[in-house]
Design a protein around this ligand. Structure first.
Ligand SMILES: Nc1ncnc2c1ncn2[C@@H]1O[C@H](COP(=O)(O)OP(=O)(O)OP(=O)(O)O)[C@@H](O)[C@H]1O
Ligand SMILES: [Mg+2]
Length: 388
């Protein structure tokens, strides 16, 4: 990653988790937070920190970040983990130990000699799943002394969260690890949405005590401003504090939106001195990009309707997370009024909004991304009108 903003307390928590694991346990963290909030980035950053921490102490912490999107069972997960570990180890001092561990299952240099292929059969993988703890202990013991710790990030565990086998595997690995000799440690950090964590707990309730949860909150306005300052400074562009303030308002603390907005403004700017109107144009462009890249296609499709758009504009005339039906109703014309309840139902079914249990006739956005998209979209419309 190019530069990293904020998150110091979260990094500290993950760091101390690794230190605790290094004393001979299996620590399990769960990094959670809404889409685009920076879960994967935090895990990646913490992994670098952990590697450096122990490297400075003259020891060997081994980091590995695996994306498990589309993986639905434990054996397949293990295949991905060891494939990744093997390929990350290539230029590391512990490469030989890992190749010894995997033995003759390493097949050949992959295409163009870039990757190593690992030919583990289904039955190898099932054995590995069953004997995971003793196998890991063997591997950890063989790593260069003095400290032997593996920091393993299991990212995008969507498919696995529904698997009771995965939940049980995790729980029993923790228990088994705790009862064996304390000479090496393993720190697993699972990364996923809060729904995924709940799904895992439904399959194995005692995981609740196992997870060390790191819940990532949106950036503060100062952090977002810090992000934009760094972003434009790197591009040697200047932008006024007032315009940064406008971008901050549209970002709503979401790093993924900060990147999209920054990129869009950057592309729109004609000179290195970015003007206020270029910022607005950039926001308009970003709304389009974000719609097609980040929004669920069914929501985008529903919003093609001109009436629905008119309603959306009344809801999102500012960056709000809540609204009331009565307030919107008062602002619509007769035809739009008739469509309001359909709109609300449709957006609810698609998960873009939900009823606010605390306010009668109140609604809220469960996901910041949608709230901000609605806001940008309404901005886009009024902008287009003034442009044309
Ligand atoms: N602390 C940070 N500093 C700078 N950029 C960040 C930071 N956190 C996240 N980003 C950027 O924001 C974008 C989204 O981050 P990331 O992919 O880590 O989010 P996520 O929570 O893993 O999303 P998803 O739920 O889609 O997996 C990326 O472009 C990333 O580089
Ligand atoms: Mg991610």
């Amino acid at each position: 990653m190019e530069f990293f903003v904020g998150r110091s307390s979260e990094i500290e928590r993950l760091r101390s988790m690794v230190r605790r694991s290094a004393r001979g346990t299996l620590g399990v963290g769960f990094v959670t937070g809404e889409r685009g909030i920076g879960k994967s980035s935090l895990a990646a950053f913490a992994r670098r920190v952990a590697e450096q921490d122990v490297a400075e102490a003259g020891s060997a912490a081994v980091g590995c970040h695996v994306y498990l999107g589309g993986v639905a069972d434990v054996p397949e997960m293990l295949r991905r983990i060891f494939h990744r570990l093997l390929n990350e180890s290539v230029d590391k001092p512990w490469h030989r130990q890992l190749t010894n561990f995997l033995g003759n299952r390493i097949q050949r240099a992959g295409l163009f000699g870039v990757t190593l292929d690992l030919n583990l059969t289904r039955s190898d993988l099932e054995t590995l799943a069953r004997d995971f703890v003793p196998a890991m202990r063997n591997l950890l013991r063989s790593l260069p002394k003095p400290k032997r710790t593996i920091f393993l990030v299991l990212d995008d565990i969507n498919g696995l969260a529904a698997s009771e086998a995965f939940a049980n595997w995790l729980k029993s690995s923790v228990d088994e690890f705790a009862t064996s000799a304390p000479e090496a440690g393993l720190c697993i950090v699972v990364v996923g949405l809060e729904e995924r964590r709940r799904e895992l707990l439904a399959g194995q309730p005692s995981l609740a005590r196992v997870f060390d949860v790191v819940d990532i909150a949106p950036w503060s306005d100062d952090e977002v401003a810090d992000f934009y300052h760094q972003y434009f400074r790197r591009g040697r562009a200047s932008i006024s504090d007032e315009d940064i303030g406008i971008l901050v308002r549209y970002t709503g603390g979401l790093p993924v939106l900060a990147h999209e907005l920054g990129d869009a403004v950057w592309r729109t700017a004609r000179t290195s001195r970015i003007s206020g109107s270029e910022v607005i144009e950039g926001i308009v462009v970003a709304a389009e990009v974000i719609g097609s890249k980040l929004l669920e296609p069914r929501i985008l499709k529903a919003l093609q309707s001109e009436r629905y758009r008119a309603i959306l504009r009344q809801i999102a005339d500012g960056p709000r997370m809540h609204f009331r039906r009565s307030r919107i109703l008062a602002r619509l014309d007769a035809g739009e009024k008739r469509s309001l309840d359909n709109f609300l139902r449709r957006m609810r079914d698609l998960g873009a909004i939900e009823a606010d249990p605390e306010v009668r006739g109140g609604y809220r956005f469960p996901n910041r991304l949608h709230a901000l998209y609605f806001y940008m979209e309404s901005q886009r419309h009024s902008r287009r009108r003034t442009l044309s």
